[in-house]
Design a protein around this ligand. Structure first.
Ligand SMILES: NC(=O)c1ccc[n+]([C@@H]2O[C@H](COP(=O)([O-])OP(=O)(O)OC[C@H]3O[C@@H](n4cnc5c(N)ncnc54)[C@H](OP(=O)(O)O)[C@@H]3O)[C@@H](O)[C@H]2O)c1
Length: 331
């Protein structure tokens, strides 16, 4: 019998989640049954969508249940297997995050290659955020070489990959981030053409300088003032890739006052959820995995140590200013 700690949701947060909304609970993990594997998690992901699952309303996914363990992406080692599909010793990605160990159906686990990249990268550039960047930019944004792409939350898990993919596609890429150090990161290390700390600028004025020919694609991760400024800067027939609007996940934000430009500029604004695009996962893994093997894409993971700190890590992710690239928790 394996003992595992797991995070339960105790109460649905109103506004910003508080530590007392959660409890770390110890439980016995049973032996795997037929077709199942026992996984010892090495890293779990914290992601913005997890905040939405704490609310009672069903959106595109069911809410977390009160008094039960939360879940999300995790990578770990198979320590026992009763599946002929996945052997003991393999490394897998599952949805059994927020806990140290779990029994999973083997047909819900994805075998990953730890030689291709360190385990945390399989939650970032090679995981759901990288897949989101790929689908959002290519399928929803449909960039053309020479176009200008504006990315918000540009140093984060999704934004950092969007910017690099757009650069390899021949686009001009500009991004907004929350500190001067992150501006240096996206411009000097990731190759963005320009970056700003959104705390220090008027975003509309800054876009006028950083994107003198206007913005053709806005990759929207933030909402609020960022969407307002992007609408001001968009070219006619531009595309807004509505990936997320993190600034409003904990407290309501006023909507932009310039939505009429969608009509005047004949913009296409399209939301998407990456899980609807499972058919694109093989192409994503081939494309981004190939770039990784060729050393043509950079990735950073911010690792928070220990399951005890997992809730704090999620709160820091939502707040911003605490991480670069993909935030994960080592277990
Ligand atoms: N549609 C989908 O299928 C899908 C899938 C994955 C993610 N997403 C969305 O993609 C976005 C990015 O997710 P991620 O996993 O890559 O997270 P991330 O960018 O690694 O982390 C979130 C970042 O958002 C920024 N932020 C938070 N509050 C902000 C505010 N009020 N104003 C400006 N920036 C703020 C912070 O960056 P700074 O430190 O620079 O301020 C923070 O680090 C989120 O909106 C998420 O919901 C959507």
């Amino acid at each position: 019998m394996v003992i595992s700690r797991e995070w339960h949701l105790l109460a649905r947060p109103r506004g910003w989640p508080k530590p007392e909304d959660f409890a770390l609970v110890e439980r016995d993990v049973p032996d795997p049954g037929d077709g199942e594997i026992l996984v010892r998690n090495h890293y779990m992901s914290v992601d913005p969508y997890m905040r939405g699952r704490m609310n009672a309303q069903r959106t595109y996914a069911a809410p977390y249940e009160i008094g039960k363990a939360m879940y999300g992406e995790a990578v770990g080692e198979v320590v026992a297997s009763r599946s002929d599909r996945i052997a003991q010793g393999a490394f897998v990605r599952t949805m059994a995050g927020w806990r140290e160990a779990a029994v999973c159906r083997a047909d819900t686990a994805e075998v990953i290659d730890p030689e291709l990249a360190p385990l945390p990268a399989h939650l970032g550039v090679l995981g759901m955020p990288g897949w989101t960047a790929y689908v959002g930019l290519y399928d929803i944004g449909q960039p053309e070489p020479g176009e200008t792409v504006f990315v918000s939350a540009a140093s984060g898990a999704v934004g950092s990959i969007v910017g690099q993919l757009a650069k390899t596609h021949g686009c001009r890429v500009v991004g907004s981030v929350g500190s001067a150090a992150k501006v240096r990161y996206i411009t000097e290390e990731l190759g963005f053409d320009a970056g700003c700390d959104y705390h220090d600028v008027d975003l509309t004025e800054w876009l006028g300088e950083a994107a003198p020919d206007g913005v053709d694609i806005y990759f929207e991760n933030v909402g609020g003032d960022h969407l307002q400024a992007a609408l001001n800067a968009m070219n006619s027939f531009g595309r807004i890739v509505a990936c997320g609007m993190i600034s409003g996940y904990n407290e309501p934000r006023p909507g932009p006052s310039n939505l009429h430009s969608i009509v005047a500029k004949r913009l296409r604004v399209q939301g998407f959820i990456v899980r609807d695009h499972a058919d694109r996962k093989p192409a994503f893994l081939e494309h981004v995995g190939g770039m990784l093997r060729a050393g043509k894409i950079r990735h950073t993971e911010t690792v928070v140590d220990g399951i005890d700190n997992a809730v704090q890590a999620l709160l820091q992710l939502l707040e911003g200013g605490h991480h670069t690239g993909k935030m994960v928790v080592s277990l």
